[in-house]
Design a protein around this ligand. Structure first.
Ligand SMILES: NC(=O)c1ccc[n+]([C@@H]2O[C@H](COP(=O)([O-])OP(=O)(O)OC[C@H]3O[C@@H](n4cnc5c(N)ncnc54)[C@H](O)[C@@H]3O)[C@@H](O)[C@H]2O)c1
Length: 262
């Protein structure tokens, strides 16, 4: 049921990569605060199920597909009558062999950038005219603590997330006079499918127990604990709401102090 006094009451939002993990938590928090949410994902079965469970509308989307973006924005305008918020959350992490600067392949680098960077660029590009028409808007781009610390064990991912952070500042300055805000969010470590997959891979390569690798990852967080998906959702919710009306071009780091140790 729509929450008429919610923090996002009356707002129409697109959340990409919303089938699971952080995207699901964000979409769910938005709906709970009164937003109409168009949840998109490349995983159609999970995306549709999630949308039904949380009270959002689902549309299949590969964020790296340029032609699909105008259709997604139009769908949001047609269904909800506007567009106020875009969350470019969908992303890919590197797992498997060849992650160092020497070992990474050009093919895996390009795949990473096509989703993590081009997907975000295309989303901003498609949303800006609609947000301008609306008279204001908020774009939130999912970066990572990996954009702020060196990632030789994760080369393309770190570089792609740094590109997202910089792109967000350009979009922020470009949109400022039209009251269109753009900020990047930089999570640290949250135990989603993505994070679990990375830990599994590292444990397998090192022949180490899963629990030991997990403990090693957690030990890099000064505050001593992984964040929860809901912690990231609360930050994104704030940036989507009018409570952050004058906040643009910032990097909101939600990492328990991890970046401070590098
Ligand atoms: N989990 C973490 O610790 C962490 C830390 C920092 C940043 N992030 C970032 O947060 C975002 C969400 O990560 P997560 O941990 O929830 O990951 P996840 O793998 O659990 O979920 C990602 C979602 O994006 C979807 N997706 C992947 N490629 C897509 C594409 N081309 N088009 C549309 N949808 C696509 C997947 O199907 C999935 O539903 C990502 O951008 C990730 O890089 C995550």
């Amino acid at each position: 049921m729509s929450n008429k006094s919610g923090r996002l009451s009356g707002k129409s939002c697109i959340v990409t990569g919303g089938a699971r993990g952080l995207g699901r938590a964000i979409a769910s928090a938005f709906v709970a605060e009164g937003a109409s949410v168009l949840l998109t994902d490349i995983d159609e079965a999970t995306g549709a199920k999630t949308a039904q469970e949380i009270g959002a509308t689902f549309a299949a989307q590969d964020v790296s597909d340029e032609d699909r973006w105008p259709e997604i924005v139009k769908l949001c305008l047609d269904k909800f009558g506007g567009l106020d918020v875009l969350v470019n959350n969908a992303g890919l992490a590197q797992t498997g062999e060849g992650l160092s600067p020497e070992d990474s392949t050009l093919a895996s680098w390009r795949r990473m950038f096509s989703i993590n960077v081009e997907g975000v660029f295309l989303g901003c590009k498609a949303a800006l005219p609609a947000l301008r028409k609306q008279g204001s808007g908020s774009i939130i781009n999912m970066s990572s603590v990996a954009s702020l610390v060196p990632t030789p064990f994760f080369t393309a991912y770190g570089a792609s997330k740094a590109a997202v952070a910089h792109l967000s500042t350009s979009v922020a300055l470009h949109g400022a006079s039209d009251k269109i805000r753009c900020n990047s969010v930089h999570p640290g470590q949250i135990q989603t499918n993505m994070h679990n997959g990375i830990i599994r891979d590292i444990a397998k390569k090192a022949g180490a127990p899963l629990a030991a690798v997990e403990a090693d990852f957690a030990s890099r967080i000064p505050m001593g604990a992984f964040q929860q998906a809901g912690d990231i959702a609360k930050t994104v919710l704030f940036l989507a709401s009018d409570e952050s009306a004058h906040i643009t071009g910032t990097q909101m780091v939600v990492d328990g102090g991890m970046q401070l140790t590098n």
